[in-house]
Design a protein around this ligand. Structure first.
Ligand code: SF4
Ligand code: SF4
Length: 359
């Protein structure tokens, strides 16, 4: 089911270390399952790949508005894992009621198991693998999530879809961090989606300015894709955007404590990332705005319980402070340094101090 090209591409991607800290990608059993989906379920005969289109709000942060952050379109509404699993369960029930030869055994997966979903989508004719490594359909573009049903039912097989990227390289050129290192090869270590969602540590300093205003995921390689210019509007979206997640103001997000974060992102995929990593992302976006109005909330975060938050707040604070705040800024960095015991945060505070005292 997975063609030789996609199998080799996965092995090459792992060999090049593009999997970042996702060590589970290399575990033998999981790798075997990705390469040979038949091993996911005893007597599996067919895999049904389904696409669920999601709503995409237009627009970039507006000048003149309070500083705003950007959340990837698929994450602006309810958690797609929950929404899609519910739909797939209903789909499975209807499949079982139509089965001619006994009840098929089936399992559903939505981004939570070792499934090479884009390769399966390509094999099943749902979409070709674009150079940004996501699936593209001629009609719907790439704004859809994938889910799979593995079943013991014997079903007719669809033909694979052919690729239609041609000579276009828009996504490669547009990627802010140069994460698409070759067609269909994304280095997760540089990808803003991975950095803001999966990665929980200190974000490498050289990547922070390149992350712009992205606070959860990144749509840049999809927004510029010509196949999305004229993508069909779906009859119905199961993932509708929540108004408050379209360009949220950074100042309000910097002030979220644990309880506030859980309430603000209830039933949202963002909740899975946790407050610490999310506020870290917001600090980076805040620093990239150079907006002095974010000075006060960032200053408060210098004493946050989380070392990750304190470190990224220091990085951002020196970028939003104005010249009139220089003396106060250096004093508060010195004060933070005197109280700080965590070695990496101390390093960040020293680097922030140097950045500002020599600028
Ligand atoms: S999601 Fe963003 S950072 Fe990742 S490959 Fe696409 S454009 Fe680059
Ligand atoms: S932007 Fe161009 S190269 Fe990239 S996925 Fe779309 S069509 Fe393919």
């Amino acid at each position: 089911m997975i063609n030789a090209r996609n199998r080799q591409a996965l092995l090459d991607w792992i060999a090049a270390g593009h999997f970042a800290d996702m060590a589970w990608m290399t575990e033998t059993v999981r790798l075997e399952r990705r390469l040979h989906p038949g091993s996911m379920l005893d007597a599996v005969e067919s895999v049904i790949v389904l696409g669920m289109p999601y709503q995409v709000s237009d627009g970039l942060p507006r000048s003149g508005s309070p500083a705003q952050g950007m959340i990837a379109a698929y994450a602006q509404g309810d958690d797609y894992h929950d929404v899609m699993k519910k739909k797939l369960r209903a789909f499975c029930r209807s499949l079982q009621s139509h089965a001619d030869h006994g009840t098929p055994d089936q399992r559903i997966y939505v981004d939570t198991a070792p499934v090479l979903e884009h390769a399966l989508a390509e094999a099943g004719g749902l979409g070709w693998l674009g150079k940004h490594s996501l699936s593209i359909d001629r009609q719907y573009g790439s704004w859809f999530m994938l889910g799979e049903v593995f079943t013991t039912a014997i079903l007719p097989v669809d033909s694979p879809v052919s690729a239609h990227c041609g000579t276009c390289t828009a996504c490669i050129n547009q990627c802010p961090t140069a994460a698409i290192v070759a067609p269909m090869t994304v280095d997760a270590r540089r990808c803003i989606s991975w950095l803001t969602i999966e990665f929980k540590g200190f974000i490498p300093e050289d990547l922070r300015p390149l992350m712009g205003l992205h606070i959860y995921g990144c749509d840049d390689c999809q927004s510029c894709c010509p196949w999305n210019d004229h993508a069909c509007i779906a009859d119905r979206y199961f993932l509708e955007t929540r108004e408050e997640n379209i360009l949220p103001t950074l100042a309000s997000l910097l002030c979220l404590d644990d309880t506030g974060f859980r309430q603000r992102f209830k039933k949202s995929p963002i909740k899975r990332t946790g407050r610490e990593a999310f506020v870290r992302n917001v600090c980076i976006a805040a620093g990239n705005t150079h907006d002095n109005q974010l000075y006060a909330p960032l200053r408060l975060l210098l004493t946050d319980d989380s070392a990750i938050v304190r470190a990224h707040a220091a990085w951002a604070l020196v970028r939003v402070a104005n010249h009139g705040q220089q003396t106060e800024l250096l004093a508060c960095l010195q004060q933070a340094l005197a109280l700080e015991a965590q070695p990496q945060v101390r390093g960040e505070l020293l680097s922030a101090y140097k950045y500002r005292s020599f600028s």
